[in-house]
Design a protein around this ligand. Sequence first.
Ligand code: ADP
Length: 612
Amino acid sequence: MSRKISFKAEVGKLLDIVINSIYSERQIFLRELISNASDACDKLHYVRLMNPELSKSSGEMKIKIIPNIEEKTLTIEDNGIGMNKDDLINHLGTIAKSGTAEFVKNMKDNGSATDLIGQFGVGFYSAFMVAEKVEVVTKKAGEEQAYKWTSNGVGGFEIEETERESNGTSIKLFLKEDAKEFLDGIYLRQIIRLYSDHIDYPIVLDLGKAGEETVNTGSALWAKNKAEITEDQYKEFYHHISKNFDDPWLKLHFKAEGNIEYTGLLFVPSEQPYDLFQPDKKQGLKLYVNKVFISDKVEELLPTYLRFVKGVIDSADLSLNISREMLQQSPLIAKIKQGTVSRLLKELKKRSENAEDYKKFWEAFGAAFKEGIYEDLTNREEVAELSRFVSTADAEKLTSLDDYISRMSAEQKAIYYITGDDVKTLMNNPQLEAFKAKNIEVLLLTDPIDEFWPQVLTNYKGKAIKHISQADEDLKVERTEPKAEEGSLDKLIKFMAETLKEEVGKVESTDKLTKSPVSLTVENGQMSIHLERLMRNHQQQTAFASTRILEINPYHPLIIKLSEMIHDDGQKSKIEEISKLLLDQAKIAEGETVTNPAFYTEKMGEYILKAI
Ligand code: ADP
Protein backbone atom coordinates (compact mmCIF):
# COMPACT_ATOMS: atom_id res chain seq x y z
CA MET A 1 0.00 0.00 0.00
CA SER A 2 1.69 3.17 -1.05
CA ARG A 3 0.70 6.55 -2.32
CA LYS A 4 2.61 9.35 -3.91
CA ILE A 5 3.02 12.45 -1.75
CA SER A 6 4.23 15.69 -3.28
CA PHE A 7 7.19 17.59 -1.95
CA LYS A 8 6.45 21.01 -0.52
CA ALA A 9 7.19 23.64 -3.15
CA GLU A 10 10.47 24.72 -1.59
CA VAL A 11 11.81 21.19 -1.47
CA GLY A 12 10.96 20.74 -5.13
CA LYS A 13 12.91 23.84 -6.05
CA LEU A 14 15.81 22.81 -3.88
CA LEU A 15 15.95 19.34 -5.35
CA ASP A 16 15.85 20.71 -8.83
CA ILE A 17 18.97 22.70 -8.07
CA VAL A 18 20.70 19.87 -6.27
CA ILE A 19 20.04 17.38 -9.03
CA ASN A 20 21.14 19.72 -11.78
CA SER A 21 24.07 21.34 -10.05
CA ILE A 22 27.51 20.54 -11.29
CA TYR A 23 28.93 21.09 -7.85
CA SER A 24 32.41 19.65 -7.80
CA GLU A 25 32.57 18.76 -4.13
CA ARG A 26 29.53 16.60 -4.08
CA GLN A 27 31.21 14.15 -1.69
CA ILE A 28 29.83 16.37 1.08
CA PHE A 29 26.60 14.39 0.80
CA LEU A 30 28.31 11.75 2.93
CA ARG A 31 29.16 14.28 5.61
CA GLU A 32 25.51 15.37 5.71
CA LEU A 33 24.10 11.87 5.97
CA ILE A 34 26.64 10.79 8.58
CA SER A 35 25.91 13.92 10.55
CA ASN A 36 22.17 13.13 10.51
CA ALA A 37 22.91 9.55 11.56
CA SER A 38 25.03 10.78 14.44
CA ASP A 39 22.26 13.18 15.52
CA ALA A 40 19.81 10.27 15.39
CA CYS A 41 22.06 8.28 17.75
CA ASP A 42 22.36 11.29 20.07
CA LYS A 43 18.58 11.63 20.15
CA LEU A 44 18.03 7.98 20.97
CA HIS A 45 20.59 8.25 23.70
CA TYR A 46 18.76 11.12 25.30
CA VAL A 47 15.34 9.52 24.96
CA ARG A 48 16.66 6.43 26.68
CA LEU A 49 17.99 8.37 29.59
CA MET A 50 14.56 9.90 30.08
CA ASN A 51 12.64 6.74 29.39
CA PRO A 52 14.46 3.61 30.56
CA GLU A 53 11.81 1.35 28.99
CA LEU A 54 13.32 2.14 25.64
CA SER A 55 16.62 0.81 26.83
CA LYS A 56 15.97 -2.54 25.20
CA SER A 57 19.30 -2.69 23.56
CA SER A 58 19.72 -2.56 19.84
CA GLY A 59 23.41 -3.02 20.43
CA GLU A 60 26.17 -0.47 20.54
CA MET A 61 25.24 2.61 18.58
CA LYS A 62 27.10 2.93 15.34
CA ILE A 63 26.91 4.14 11.79
CA LYS A 64 27.54 1.73 8.94
CA ILE A 65 28.58 2.60 5.41
CA ILE A 66 27.90 -0.20 2.94
CA PRO A 67 28.93 0.04 -0.71
CA ASN A 68 27.41 -2.66 -2.94
CA ILE A 69 29.20 -2.95 -6.24
CA GLU A 70 26.71 -5.33 -7.91
CA GLU A 71 23.67 -3.23 -7.00
CA LYS A 72 25.57 0.03 -7.51
CA THR A 73 24.19 1.27 -4.24
CA LEU A 74 25.67 2.95 -1.20
CA THR A 75 23.85 2.55 2.13
CA ILE A 76 24.26 4.68 5.23
CA GLU A 77 22.80 2.90 8.20
CA ASP A 78 22.35 3.88 11.83
CA ASN A 79 20.67 2.32 14.86
CA GLY A 80 19.52 5.64 16.25
CA ILE A 81 16.08 7.06 16.94
CA GLY A 82 14.53 6.22 13.54
CA MET A 83 11.45 7.85 12.05
CA ASN A 84 7.76 7.00 11.96
CA LYS A 85 5.41 7.89 9.13
CA ASP A 86 4.74 11.43 10.38
CA ASP A 87 8.44 12.07 10.85
CA LEU A 88 9.13 10.94 7.30
CA ILE A 89 6.48 13.25 5.89
CA ASN A 90 7.49 16.18 8.06
CA HIS A 91 11.25 15.83 7.86
CA LEU A 92 11.89 14.41 4.42
CA GLY A 93 9.12 16.17 2.54
CA THR A 94 9.35 19.69 3.85
CA ILE A 95 12.15 21.99 4.82
CA ALA A 96 11.75 22.42 8.50
CA LYS A 97 15.18 22.88 9.77
CA SER A 98 18.34 24.79 10.32
CA GLY A 99 20.94 24.38 7.63
CA THR A 100 18.63 23.59 4.79
CA ALA A 101 16.24 26.44 5.47
CA GLU A 102 19.14 28.84 5.49
CA PHE A 103 20.30 27.48 2.18
CA VAL A 104 16.93 28.10 0.59
CA LYS A 105 16.75 31.61 1.97
CA ASN A 106 20.17 32.44 0.58
CA MET A 107 19.37 30.81 -2.70
CA LYS A 108 16.52 33.29 -3.09
CA ASP A 109 18.70 36.24 -2.13
CA ASN A 110 21.87 35.39 -4.00
CA GLY A 111 21.35 33.12 -6.92
CA SER A 112 24.52 31.08 -7.28
CA ALA A 113 23.40 27.78 -5.86
CA THR A 114 26.56 25.79 -6.35
CA ASP A 115 28.64 28.02 -4.07
CA LEU A 116 25.92 27.83 -1.48
CA ILE A 117 25.83 24.05 -1.43
CA GLY A 118 29.37 24.04 -0.11
CA GLN A 119 28.69 26.86 2.26
CA PHE A 120 25.61 25.46 3.92
CA GLY A 121 25.22 21.89 2.84
CA VAL A 122 21.70 20.93 1.99
CA GLY A 123 21.20 18.22 4.55
CA PHE A 124 19.50 15.03 3.54
CA TYR A 125 18.67 16.34 0.09
CA SER A 126 22.34 16.47 -0.90
CA ALA A 127 21.98 12.71 -1.47
CA PHE A 128 20.36 13.55 -4.79
CA MET A 129 23.62 15.01 -6.07
CA VAL A 130 24.91 11.46 -6.42
CA ALA A 131 21.80 9.28 -6.40
CA GLU A 132 19.07 8.87 -8.99
CA LYS A 133 16.87 7.18 -6.42
CA VAL A 134 16.91 7.17 -2.62
CA GLU A 135 15.29 4.54 -0.45
CA VAL A 136 14.93 5.13 3.28
CA VAL A 137 13.96 2.21 5.49
CA THR A 138 13.37 3.24 9.07
CA LYS A 139 11.77 2.24 12.34
CA LYS A 140 11.30 4.56 15.26
CA ALA A 141 12.54 3.45 18.67
CA GLY A 142 9.65 2.21 20.77
CA GLU A 143 7.30 1.68 17.81
CA GLU A 144 6.42 -1.51 15.96
CA GLN A 145 5.88 -0.49 12.37
CA ALA A 146 8.74 0.21 9.95
CA TYR A 147 8.37 2.31 6.79
CA LYS A 148 10.02 2.64 3.46
CA TRP A 149 10.31 6.09 1.87
CA THR A 150 11.30 6.20 -1.80
CA SER A 151 11.94 9.08 -4.16
CA ASN A 152 13.80 9.90 -7.32
CA GLY A 153 13.93 13.51 -6.21
CA VAL A 154 11.44 14.74 -8.75
CA GLY A 155 7.92 15.68 -7.76
CA GLY A 156 7.36 13.61 -4.69
CA PHE A 157 7.95 10.49 -2.64
CA GLU A 158 6.18 7.30 -1.70
CA ILE A 159 5.81 5.75 1.71
CA GLU A 160 4.88 2.14 2.37
CA GLU A 161 4.92 -0.16 5.32
CA THR A 162 7.83 -2.54 5.53
CA GLU A 163 9.88 -4.70 7.89
CA ARG A 164 12.98 -3.71 9.78
CA GLU A 165 14.45 -5.75 12.56
CA SER A 166 15.31 -2.99 15.02
CA ASN A 167 15.10 0.74 15.39
CA GLY A 168 17.18 3.00 13.19
CA THR A 169 17.46 4.18 9.63
CA SER A 170 19.06 2.84 6.44
CA ILE A 171 19.45 5.25 3.58
CA LYS A 172 20.16 3.45 0.34
CA LEU A 173 21.45 5.54 -2.56
CA PHE A 174 21.09 4.17 -6.08
CA LEU A 175 24.14 5.90 -7.49
CA LYS A 176 24.05 7.88 -10.70
CA GLU A 177 26.10 6.59 -13.63
CA ASP A 178 28.75 9.27 -13.01
CA ALA A 179 28.95 8.72 -9.26
CA LYS A 180 30.42 5.23 -9.14
CA GLU A 181 33.52 6.43 -7.32
CA PHE A 182 31.44 6.28 -4.15
CA LEU A 183 31.62 2.49 -4.28
CA ASP A 184 35.37 2.53 -3.81
CA GLY A 185 36.39 1.62 -0.26
CA ILE A 186 39.62 3.57 -0.32
CA TYR A 187 37.91 6.72 -1.51
CA LEU A 188 35.09 6.34 1.02
CA ARG A 189 37.57 5.89 3.85
CA GLN A 190 39.33 9.06 2.77
CA ILE A 191 36.16 11.16 2.70
CA ILE A 192 34.93 9.88 6.04
CA ARG A 193 38.26 10.70 7.67
CA LEU A 194 38.24 14.13 6.14
CA TYR A 195 34.76 15.19 7.18
CA SER A 196 33.59 12.98 9.96
CA ASP A 197 36.57 11.82 11.96
CA HIS A 198 35.31 13.50 15.13
CA ILE A 199 31.92 11.79 15.07
CA ASP A 200 31.43 10.20 18.42
CA TYR A 201 30.03 6.88 17.22
CA PRO A 202 32.03 4.30 15.32
CA ILE A 203 31.68 4.75 11.57
CA VAL A 204 32.09 1.27 10.19
CA LEU A 205 32.93 0.70 6.56
CA ASP A 206 31.43 -2.65 5.53
CA LEU A 207 33.38 -4.01 2.59
CA GLY A 208 31.57 -7.33 2.32
CA LYS A 209 34.03 -10.18 1.98
CA ALA A 210 36.93 -7.87 2.77
CA GLY A 211 35.35 -7.35 6.21
CA GLU A 212 34.42 -4.41 8.38
CA GLU A 213 36.62 -1.59 9.47
CA THR A 214 36.05 1.31 11.86
CA VAL A 215 37.23 4.36 10.01
CA ASN A 216 37.00 7.28 12.39
CA THR A 217 39.09 7.85 15.49
CA GLY A 218 35.93 9.06 17.12
CA SER A 219 37.20 10.25 20.43
CA ALA A 220 35.26 13.30 21.55
CA LEU A 221 37.37 16.10 20.20
CA TRP A 222 36.99 18.33 23.24
CA ALA A 223 38.40 15.62 25.50
CA LYS A 224 41.61 15.40 23.52
CA ASN A 225 44.77 17.24 24.24
CA LYS A 226 44.85 20.57 22.41
CA ALA A 227 48.25 19.81 20.96
CA GLU A 228 46.85 16.75 19.19
CA ILE A 229 44.08 18.60 17.39
CA THR A 230 44.58 20.21 14.01
CA GLU A 231 42.83 23.39 12.91
CA ASP A 232 41.00 21.37 10.25
CA GLN A 233 39.64 19.00 12.86
CA TYR A 234 38.40 21.92 14.92
CA LYS A 235 36.78 23.39 11.85
CA GLU A 236 35.01 20.19 10.83
CA PHE A 237 33.81 19.75 14.37
CA TYR A 238 32.42 23.27 14.35
CA HIS A 239 30.62 22.55 11.10
CA HIS A 240 29.12 19.41 12.55
CA ILE A 241 27.81 20.86 15.79
CA SER A 242 26.74 24.25 14.50
CA LYS A 243 25.38 23.13 11.14
CA ASN A 244 27.08 26.28 9.87
CA PHE A 245 29.53 26.20 7.06
CA ASP A 246 31.53 29.34 7.63
CA ASP A 247 34.86 29.32 9.42
CA PRO A 248 34.67 30.03 13.11
CA TRP A 249 35.82 33.54 14.03
CA LEU A 250 36.83 32.42 17.48
CA LYS A 251 37.64 29.07 19.01
CA LEU A 252 37.92 28.58 22.73
CA HIS A 253 38.99 25.20 24.09
CA PHE A 254 39.45 25.04 27.84
CA LYS A 255 39.45 22.85 30.89
CA ALA A 256 38.15 24.31 34.12
CA GLU A 257 39.52 22.80 37.29
CA GLY A 258 38.56 23.45 40.87
CA ASN A 259 35.34 22.80 42.79
CA ILE A 260 33.68 21.69 39.64
CA GLU A 261 35.51 20.37 36.62
CA TYR A 262 34.38 20.79 33.07
CA THR A 263 35.66 21.10 29.56
CA GLY A 264 34.39 23.52 26.98
CA LEU A 265 34.93 23.75 23.27
CA LEU A 266 33.22 26.88 22.02
CA PHE A 267 33.06 28.76 18.76
CA VAL A 268 31.90 32.16 17.61
CA PRO A 269 30.86 31.93 13.93
CA SER A 270 32.11 34.50 11.48
CA GLU A 271 28.73 35.09 9.90
CA GLN A 272 25.50 36.22 11.46
CA PRO A 273 22.86 33.49 11.26
CA TYR A 274 19.60 34.62 9.72
CA ASP A 275 17.67 33.82 12.85
CA LEU A 276 19.80 35.68 15.41
CA PHE A 277 16.85 37.86 16.32
CA GLN A 278 14.08 35.29 16.16
CA PRO A 279 12.99 35.09 19.78
CA ASP A 280 11.46 31.61 19.54
CA LYS A 281 14.60 30.08 18.07
CA LYS A 282 16.18 27.58 20.44
CA GLN A 283 19.83 28.29 21.05
CA GLY A 284 22.41 26.98 23.44
CA LEU A 285 25.27 24.57 23.85
CA LYS A 286 25.46 20.80 23.71
CA LEU A 287 25.86 19.20 27.07
CA TYR A 288 27.78 16.00 27.72
CA VAL A 289 28.46 14.19 30.95
CA ASN A 290 31.77 12.46 30.67
CA LYS A 291 31.48 12.19 26.88
CA VAL A 292 27.91 10.90 27.05
CA PHE A 293 25.52 13.12 25.16
CA ILE A 294 22.82 14.57 27.43
CA SER A 295 21.11 17.33 25.58
CA ASP A 296 21.17 19.63 22.64
CA LYS A 297 20.61 23.36 22.86
CA VAL A 298 20.94 23.78 26.58
CA GLU A 299 19.96 27.41 26.99
CA GLU A 300 20.87 27.42 30.66
CA LEU A 301 24.57 27.23 29.81
CA LEU A 302 24.81 30.69 28.30
CA PRO A 303 22.97 33.97 28.72
CA THR A 304 20.81 34.96 25.75
CA TYR A 305 23.10 37.78 24.67
CA LEU A 306 25.72 35.11 23.86
CA ARG A 307 23.23 32.98 21.95
CA PHE A 308 25.40 33.00 18.83
CA VAL A 309 28.10 30.95 20.56
CA LYS A 310 28.16 27.30 19.48
CA GLY A 311 29.87 24.38 21.12
CA VAL A 312 29.89 21.77 23.83
CA ILE A 313 30.32 21.65 27.57
CA ASP A 314 31.28 18.37 29.18
CA SER A 315 31.34 17.84 32.90
CA ALA A 316 31.84 14.58 34.75
CA ASP A 317 30.50 16.24 37.90
CA LEU A 318 26.90 16.32 36.64
CA SER A 319 24.53 13.44 37.03
CA LEU A 320 23.98 11.33 33.93
CA ASN A 321 20.22 11.45 34.18
CA ILE A 322 19.86 15.15 34.66
CA SER A 323 16.63 16.20 32.98
CA ARG A 324 15.80 19.37 31.12
CA GLU A 325 13.79 20.58 34.10
CA MET A 326 16.65 19.92 36.48
CA LEU A 327 19.02 21.88 34.28
CA GLN A 328 17.13 25.04 35.09
CA GLN A 329 17.66 24.75 38.81
CA SER A 330 21.04 23.13 38.97
CA PRO A 331 23.57 25.24 40.86
CA LEU A 332 26.34 23.34 39.08
CA ILE A 333 25.00 24.43 35.72
CA ALA A 334 24.82 28.02 37.00
CA LYS A 335 28.47 27.80 38.04
CA ILE A 336 29.49 26.40 34.67
CA LYS A 337 27.62 29.20 32.96
CA GLN A 338 29.34 31.84 35.05
CA GLY A 339 32.78 30.41 34.40
CA THR A 340 32.14 29.98 30.70
CA VAL A 341 30.90 33.53 30.28
CA SER A 342 33.90 35.02 31.97
CA ARG A 343 36.26 32.96 29.83
CA LEU A 344 34.46 34.08 26.71
CA LEU A 345 34.60 37.72 27.72
CA LYS A 346 38.30 37.43 28.50
CA GLU A 347 38.91 35.93 25.09
CA LEU A 348 36.87 38.65 23.38
CA LYS A 349 38.90 41.25 25.22
CA LYS A 350 42.08 39.76 23.80
CA ARG A 351 40.66 39.75 20.30
CA SER A 352 39.36 43.30 20.65
CA GLU A 353 42.92 44.60 20.67
CA ASN A 354 42.96 44.14 16.93
CA ALA A 355 40.29 46.66 15.90
CA GLU A 356 39.93 45.46 12.35
CA ASP A 357 39.51 41.83 13.33
CA TYR A 358 37.12 42.74 16.14
CA LYS A 359 35.00 44.79 13.79
CA LYS A 360 34.05 41.60 11.93
CA PHE A 361 32.75 40.11 15.13
CA TRP A 362 31.00 43.31 16.07
CA GLU A 363 29.22 43.70 12.78
CA ALA A 364 27.90 40.16 12.91
CA PHE A 365 26.97 39.91 16.59
CA GLY A 366 27.32 43.31 18.25
CA ALA A 367 23.62 44.06 18.28
CA ALA A 368 22.95 40.86 20.21
CA PHE A 369 26.04 41.14 22.39
CA LYS A 370 25.08 44.62 23.60
CA GLU A 371 21.95 43.11 25.14
CA GLY A 372 24.39 41.93 27.81
CA ILE A 373 24.79 45.46 29.13
CA TYR A 374 21.12 45.32 30.01
CA GLU A 375 20.92 41.66 30.93
CA ASP A 376 24.14 40.67 32.65
CA LEU A 377 24.28 42.31 36.06
CA THR A 378 27.52 40.60 36.99
CA ASN A 379 29.48 41.48 33.89
CA ARG A 380 27.78 44.72 32.93
CA GLU A 381 30.93 46.82 32.91
CA GLU A 382 32.95 44.22 30.97
CA VAL A 383 30.26 43.89 28.33
CA ALA A 384 30.10 47.68 28.02
CA GLU A 385 33.86 47.81 27.71
CA LEU A 386 33.72 45.25 24.90
CA SER A 387 30.93 47.08 23.08
CA ARG A 388 31.52 49.30 20.10
CA PHE A 389 29.58 52.26 18.79
CA VAL A 390 29.33 54.64 15.90
CA SER A 391 29.83 58.23 16.96
CA THR A 392 29.92 61.72 15.52
CA ALA A 393 33.73 61.61 15.82
CA ASP A 394 33.88 59.38 12.73
CA ALA A 395 30.76 57.70 11.41
CA GLU A 396 32.86 55.21 9.43
CA LYS A 397 34.68 53.86 12.46
CA LEU A 398 33.67 52.09 15.61
CA THR A 399 34.61 53.47 18.97
CA SER A 400 34.70 51.99 22.44
CA LEU A 401 33.49 53.88 25.50
CA ASP A 402 37.08 54.08 26.71
CA ASP A 403 38.19 55.70 23.46
CA TYR A 404 35.29 58.12 23.73
CA ILE A 405 36.37 59.08 27.24
CA SER A 406 39.94 59.61 26.10
CA ARG A 407 38.67 62.21 23.62
CA MET A 408 36.49 64.09 26.14
CA SER A 409 37.56 67.60 27.05
CA ALA A 410 38.09 68.48 30.70
CA GLU A 411 34.82 70.47 30.77
CA GLN A 412 32.62 67.75 29.27
CA LYS A 413 30.53 66.25 32.03
CA ALA A 414 29.07 63.15 30.47
CA ILE A 415 29.07 60.62 27.64
CA TYR A 416 26.23 61.59 25.30
CA TYR A 417 24.10 59.48 22.98
CA ILE A 418 21.17 59.83 20.65
CA THR A 419 18.95 57.01 19.35
CA GLY A 420 17.28 56.63 15.97
CA ASP A 421 16.74 54.45 12.93
CA ASP A 422 19.97 55.00 11.06
CA VAL A 423 23.26 56.81 11.33
CA LYS A 424 22.65 59.12 8.39
CA THR A 425 19.39 60.55 9.72
CA LEU A 426 20.89 60.85 13.17
CA MET A 427 23.92 62.73 11.88
CA ASN A 428 21.56 65.41 10.54
CA ASN A 429 19.30 65.60 13.55
CA PRO A 430 18.95 69.28 14.59
CA GLN A 431 19.31 68.23 18.22
CA LEU A 432 23.02 67.63 17.49
CA GLU A 433 23.72 71.16 16.28
CA ALA A 434 24.89 72.56 19.58
CA PHE A 435 27.04 69.48 20.17
CA LYS A 436 28.72 70.03 16.84
CA ALA A 437 29.19 73.71 17.63
CA LYS A 438 30.85 72.84 20.92
CA ASN A 439 32.78 69.89 19.53
CA ILE A 440 31.18 67.39 21.85
CA GLU A 441 31.14 63.81 20.58
CA VAL A 442 27.81 61.94 20.55
CA LEU A 443 27.21 58.20 20.20
CA LEU A 444 24.78 57.42 17.39
CA LEU A 445 22.75 54.41 18.53
CA THR A 446 20.55 52.57 16.06
CA ASP A 447 19.79 49.12 17.49
CA PRO A 448 16.54 48.41 19.34
CA ILE A 449 18.46 47.40 22.46
CA ASP A 450 20.08 50.84 22.53
CA GLU A 451 16.84 52.21 23.92
CA PHE A 452 17.24 50.03 26.96
CA TRP A 453 20.80 49.59 28.10
CA PRO A 454 21.44 53.29 28.82
CA GLN A 455 18.63 53.06 31.35
CA VAL A 456 20.66 50.63 33.43
CA LEU A 457 24.20 51.71 32.60
CA THR A 458 23.92 55.31 33.70
CA ASN A 459 27.59 55.48 34.61
CA TYR A 460 30.72 54.10 33.02
CA LYS A 461 34.14 54.41 34.68
CA GLY A 462 33.05 57.47 36.58
CA LYS A 463 31.33 59.23 33.68
CA ALA A 464 27.59 59.65 33.46
CA ILE A 465 25.91 58.35 30.30
CA LYS A 466 23.17 60.72 29.16
CA HIS A 467 20.75 61.21 26.35
CA ILE A 468 21.54 64.43 24.51
CA SER A 469 18.32 65.97 25.77
CA GLN A 470 19.80 65.98 29.28
CA ALA A 471 22.93 67.89 28.38
CA ASP A 472 22.11 71.39 29.62
CA GLU A 473 25.30 72.08 31.57
CA ASP A 474 27.62 71.12 28.77
CA LEU A 475 25.76 73.03 26.16
CA LYS A 476 25.92 76.67 27.04
CA VAL A 477 26.68 78.18 23.66
CA GLU A 478 27.63 81.86 23.62
CA ARG A 479 25.23 83.47 21.17
CA THR A 480 25.97 86.88 19.72
CA GLU A 481 23.71 86.91 16.68
CA PRO A 482 20.39 88.83 16.57
CA LYS A 483 17.52 87.21 18.46
CA ALA A 484 13.74 87.49 18.30
CA GLU A 485 12.41 90.10 20.68
CA GLU A 486 11.34 88.56 24.00
CA GLY A 487 7.70 89.73 24.11
CA SER A 488 7.00 88.87 20.48
CA LEU A 489 8.67 85.48 20.88
CA ASP A 490 6.36 84.68 23.81
CA LYS A 491 3.36 85.66 21.75
CA LEU A 492 4.54 83.53 18.84
CA ILE A 493 5.13 80.55 21.13
CA LYS A 494 1.61 80.85 22.57
CA PHE A 495 0.12 81.06 19.10
CA MET A 496 2.09 78.06 17.80
CA ALA A 497 1.25 76.00 20.87
CA GLU A 498 -2.45 76.68 20.28
CA THR A 499 -2.20 75.90 16.54
CA LEU A 500 -0.33 72.63 17.06
CA LYS A 501 -1.96 71.50 20.28
CA GLU A 502 -3.30 68.28 18.73
CA GLU A 503 0.23 67.11 18.09
CA VAL A 504 2.64 68.73 20.50
CA GLY A 505 2.28 69.26 24.22
CA LYS A 506 4.59 72.24 24.37
CA VAL A 507 6.42 74.80 22.29
CA GLU A 508 9.63 76.11 23.82
CA SER A 509 12.48 78.41 22.90
CA THR A 510 15.94 76.82 22.99
CA ASP A 511 19.55 77.93 22.70
CA LYS A 512 20.63 74.53 21.46
CA LEU A 513 19.78 74.91 17.80
CA THR A 514 22.32 76.68 15.63
CA LYS A 515 21.11 75.94 12.09
CA SER A 516 17.57 74.64 12.13
CA PRO A 517 14.55 76.78 12.99
CA VAL A 518 12.84 73.99 14.93
CA SER A 519 13.35 70.53 16.37
CA LEU A 520 11.21 67.88 18.00
CA THR A 521 11.97 66.27 21.33
CA VAL A 522 10.18 64.74 24.31
CA GLU A 523 9.77 65.65 27.94
CA ASN A 524 12.73 64.58 30.05
CA GLY A 525 12.48 60.99 31.22
CA GLN A 526 9.76 60.01 28.78
CA MET A 527 9.94 57.32 26.12
CA SER A 528 12.01 58.55 23.19
CA ILE A 529 10.41 59.16 19.81
CA HIS A 530 12.54 56.37 18.36
CA LEU A 531 11.37 53.86 20.95
CA GLU A 532 7.76 54.83 20.36
CA ARG A 533 8.27 54.19 16.67
CA LEU A 534 9.88 50.78 17.36
CA MET A 535 6.93 49.76 19.50
CA ARG A 536 4.49 50.95 16.88
CA ASN A 537 6.32 48.93 14.21
CA HIS A 538 6.04 45.83 16.35
CA GLN A 539 2.32 46.40 16.80
CA GLN A 540 2.94 47.07 20.45
CA GLN A 541 0.34 49.74 20.83
CA THR A 542 1.87 52.15 23.29
CA ALA A 543 -0.55 52.90 26.06
CA PHE A 544 0.64 56.47 26.13
CA ALA A 545 2.67 58.55 23.74
CA SER A 546 5.36 60.80 25.16
CA THR A 547 4.60 64.49 25.25
CA ARG A 548 6.19 66.05 22.19
CA ILE A 549 8.03 69.32 22.61
CA LEU A 550 8.60 71.54 19.61
CA GLU A 551 11.76 73.50 20.29
CA ILE A 552 12.22 76.71 18.35
CA ASN A 553 15.40 78.59 17.62
CA PRO A 554 14.98 82.31 18.49
CA TYR A 555 18.13 83.19 16.53
CA HIS A 556 16.84 81.79 13.28
CA PRO A 557 15.79 84.44 10.69
CA LEU A 558 12.55 82.58 10.04
CA ILE A 559 11.57 82.61 13.70
CA ILE A 560 12.59 86.28 14.01
CA LYS A 561 10.41 87.10 11.02
CA LEU A 562 7.43 85.15 12.38
CA SER A 563 7.73 86.90 15.74
CA GLU A 564 7.50 90.21 13.95
CA MET A 565 4.46 89.12 11.93
CA ILE A 566 2.64 87.89 15.03
CA HIS A 567 1.40 91.39 15.87
CA ASP A 568 -0.43 91.71 12.54
CA ASP A 569 -3.83 89.97 12.77
CA GLY A 570 -4.05 89.80 8.97
CA GLN A 571 -1.09 87.39 8.96
CA LYS A 572 -2.55 84.84 11.40
CA SER A 573 -3.58 82.27 8.78
CA LYS A 574 -0.15 82.48 7.15
CA ILE A 575 1.63 81.92 10.48
CA GLU A 576 -0.68 79.01 11.17
CA GLU A 577 0.27 77.41 7.86
CA ILE A 578 3.98 77.96 8.42
CA SER A 579 3.77 76.55 11.94
CA LYS A 580 2.35 73.33 10.51
CA LEU A 581 5.07 73.15 7.88
CA LEU A 582 7.75 73.72 10.52
CA LEU A 583 6.36 70.89 12.62
CA ASP A 584 6.46 68.66 9.54
CA GLN A 585 10.09 69.58 8.98
CA ALA A 586 10.95 68.76 12.56
CA LYS A 587 9.24 65.41 12.15
CA ILE A 588 11.17 64.58 9.01
CA ALA A 589 14.46 65.38 10.73
CA GLU A 590 13.43 62.96 13.50
CA GLY A 591 12.68 60.18 11.01
CA GLU A 592 8.91 60.50 11.49
CA THR A 593 6.37 60.91 8.72
CA VAL A 594 4.57 64.21 8.18
CA THR A 595 1.03 64.66 9.47
CA ASN A 596 -0.61 65.30 6.13
CA PRO A 597 1.58 64.57 3.10
CA ALA A 598 -0.85 66.22 0.66
CA PHE A 599 -0.88 69.47 2.63
CA TYR A 600 2.89 69.37 3.00
CA THR A 601 3.71 68.87 -0.69
CA GLU A 602 1.13 71.36 -1.89
CA LYS A 603 2.34 74.11 0.44
CA MET A 604 6.02 73.40 -0.20
CA GLY A 605 5.31 73.68 -3.92
CA GLU A 606 3.68 77.05 -3.41
CA TYR A 607 6.56 78.42 -1.33
CA ILE A 608 9.19 77.15 -3.71
CA LEU A 609 7.39 78.78 -6.62
CA LYS A 610 7.33 82.08 -4.77
CA ALA A 611 11.04 81.83 -4.06
CA ILE A 612 12.02 81.41 -7.69
P1 ADP B 1 18.87 19.10 9.17
O1 ADP B 1 19.79 17.97 9.43
O2 ADP B 1 19.52 20.39 8.87
O3 ADP B 1 17.78 19.22 10.21
P2 ADP B 1 18.10 17.43 6.97
O4 ADP B 1 17.41 17.76 5.69
O5 ADP B 1 19.46 16.85 6.86
O6 ADP B 1 18.08 18.77 7.81
O7 ADP B 1 17.21 16.42 7.78
C1 ADP B 1 15.88 16.73 8.07
C2 ADP B 1 15.40 15.94 9.27
O8 ADP B 1 15.18 14.57 8.93
C3 ADP B 1 16.35 15.90 10.43
O9 ADP B 1 16.29 17.05 11.22
C4 ADP B 1 15.83 14.64 11.17
O10 ADP B 1 14.71 14.98 11.97
C5 ADP B 1 15.39 13.74 10.05
N1 ADP B 1 16.44 12.78 9.73
C6 ADP B 1 17.32 12.82 8.72
N2 ADP B 1 18.15 11.74 8.73
C7 ADP B 1 17.76 10.99 9.78
C8 ADP B 1 18.21 9.73 10.37
N3 ADP B 1 19.25 9.06 9.86
N4 ADP B 1 17.56 9.27 11.45
C9 ADP B 1 16.50 9.95 11.99
N5 ADP B 1 16.06 11.12 11.51
C10 ADP B 1 16.66 11.63 10.43
